[in-house]
Every structure is written in C-alpha cells, then in structure tokens.
Design a protein around this ligand. Sequence first.
Ligand SMILES: Cc1ncc(C[n+]2csc(CCOP(=O)(O)OP(=O)(O)O)c2C)c(N)n1
Ligand SMILES: [Mg+2]
Length: 372
Amino acid sequence: MTVSRKPAASDLARSVDLTDEDLVAMYRTVALARAVDERMWILNRAGRIPFVISGQGHEGAQVGIAWPLTRRKDFIAPFYRSIATCLAFGMTAEDILMAQYAKATDPSSGGRQMPGHYGNAENNLLSLSSPVATQMLHAVGIALAAKIRKTGQVAMTSMGEGSSNQGDVHEGLNFAAIHKLPFILVIENNGYAISVPAARQVATPNVADRASGYGIPGVVVDGSDVLGCYRASRAAVERARRGDGPTLIEAKVIRLTAHSSDDQQTKYRPEQELAELRSHDALPRFRDELRAAGVLTDELETTIAAEIKAEVDAATDHSEAEPDPDPSTAMRWVFAEEWPSETPPPWGFGGGHGMEGHGRPDDASAAQGAAD
Ligand SMILES: Cc1ncc(C[n+]2csc(CCOP(=O)(O)OP(=O)(O)O)c2C)c(N)n1
Ligand SMILES: [Mg+2]
C-alpha cells in the first residue's frame, strides 16, 4: 500500500487553503521585515546609512496581501514603507540593505537612487518613489497592458491613506474600473500622513468607502490580522484574473515609528496613543495565532529567530564591505547608455564626465541649449 504524504495542514491552514509550511513562511517574512527595519534604524543612528523610512506596523498586512499574487508573473508598484511587500515578492534582506547603503553593487540602482528607493526588475517590483501616488498610474498602465496582451497578470499598487487623496488615484481607479482592469489598489491606512491625523485627510471613516463611487468593491481589513488580509487579497486577485475588474483594499495598520528618521513623532502623537500601539502589532498577534494552532513551536520559533538574525547580520556585513560607487560614474544609468541613431543628441556626445561615448550632456551650455 502506498501512503501519499500530504504537506501538513492544521485547521488554521486549512481554513485558508494553505499548508503549515506556507503559514511558517509568511510568519518568517513578517519577522524578517521587522528585523531588517530595526537594523536600518540602528545603522542610521550609528551614522552608517543616511535615511530610514520604516514599514514597522505595516508588515502583517503587506505579507498577507502580497502572498496570493504570483511571483515573477504579477506586478507590484510598492511605496516607501513596502519592505515586507518586497521581501514577500522576491527581494532579500541584502537587496534592501545594499540600497540603503547605496553601494556600487546595490542591485536596485547601483547606488543611484535616493535611499529607500529600491526595486527589483527580475521580480516585477517597480522602483518605489517618493512623490506619493505616482505609482498608481504605472500600475494601472501595467494592468491595461496585461489585459490587452491577455497575459492573465494582475497589477497591484499600495500607498498610504494620505496619498489616496492625490488626483492620480481618482484618474487611475476610474480608468481601471471602466475597463475592468486586473488591478488592485491597497491603501495602508496608518492614521497619519507625516503629522496630519486621518480625520484631517479624509472625511469618510474609511478610504474604502470611496470604492462604490467607482463601481468596484471596497474592502476594509484589520492590518494586524495577517490571514484576514490574505483572504481579502486572494478574493481580489481571483476577481482580477476572472476579468471582473479592480478592488480597493484598505488595511488599517499602525505606524510604530516616526514618519522617517528625520521626524520626531512624540511632538504630535499623544503619549497614551504611542503606548497602546504595540497591542495592534501584527507580529506578536500572528505568532500567538500560529502557536495556538500548533504550527509554531518553541523550537521552530527559536530556529527562525536565529536564521533571521544570521541573515540580517550577513546582509549588513556584506553591504558594509562592498565599495561605494565611483563618483566619476555618477551619470551612469541615469540617461540611456546608447543614443539610438548616428545623429548626436541635441546636447552632443561630449566628454569630460567619464561618460564618453554614452550620449551624456557634455557641458552646461549645451544642456542649457537643449532646455531652451
Ligand atoms: C506628491 C507629494 N506630495 C507631498 C509629499 C510629501 N510627503 C511625503 S510622505 C507624505 C505623507 C503620506 O502619508 P500617507 O499617504 O498616509 O503615507 P504614510 O507615510 O503614512 O505611510 C507626504 C505628504 C510627497 N512625497 N509627494
Ligand atoms: Mg498614513
């Protein structure tokens, strides 16, 4: 008699059609994102990296929501807090720290981007950018291309509740809804846009309430409930793949840190509010849920914690040891490497920037002439 060995599935895993292994992998990603983030703050305070914008408090929602998408098939246009999204979609702790250090070998941009503007073409992760909500139009455009090409791909973008007030969001959602594009908008509502509280940003209790104005579903999820986020995202992905159009998911999350390493949130958040934040943190909540379900044991938890520490330590050591970019190559990968015809560009091929033959602006007057 042959006994088929199925992957272990606790009641909890079965309740979401996943295996215990999946749940452990999700937990590991949430915990890794937190560890990378905490390391970034230490490195910033130690003067090793210039700037941190943190995803602490968003990780559970990000992992739950990214999980149902298919890696290297679907696309995500993330935002500056999307560390856990990027880790869940194929980036590594090292990829993120290399970008934070802006090293020559940083896989995101070779140290060209602002710190925190990482991305990963191989994993269909667009470079995140700081002008808020600009990624909306990129993601809707990708969804339009997927529909025209009939690829079955889904495009997702995420941003904060403050960013949801940008005009691009209205234009993108309206267009995506009219054309039933395979698109998901995720609003990670952490209650603040820098120092401005949610009540001063949005007049309705939920950003998701706006979805009905576009004729699409708007779903509110508790961002500390990883599997609740997973379920909502899976439904949105299935709807998108069926050709039924976009979904707006609003995850109520918390911002555990200041807006960025250049901000001091004790100036505008009451002490009591800050003290209560930890009770809404997805990381301990998910850990307790997996322990209660028998998926996570003391032994496994200890092993995962040790593996994560080793991974973050190795990523830090590697990033520290890599060379900084050579200043003479500053313009490289900023403009096209090749000019696509034999006619020189209006600013000339020029020289003296270490970029000879790359079609770079050759001097200020030529650049000025081009701008005129
Ligand atoms: C177009 C644009 N306007 C203003 C800013 C300055 N800015 C940076 S972050 C931010 C607040 C965004 O808040 P929210 O969307 O809630 O995201 P959170 O930072 O809370 O995750 C603002 C106004 C910007 N980066 N881009
Ligand atoms: Mg916010």
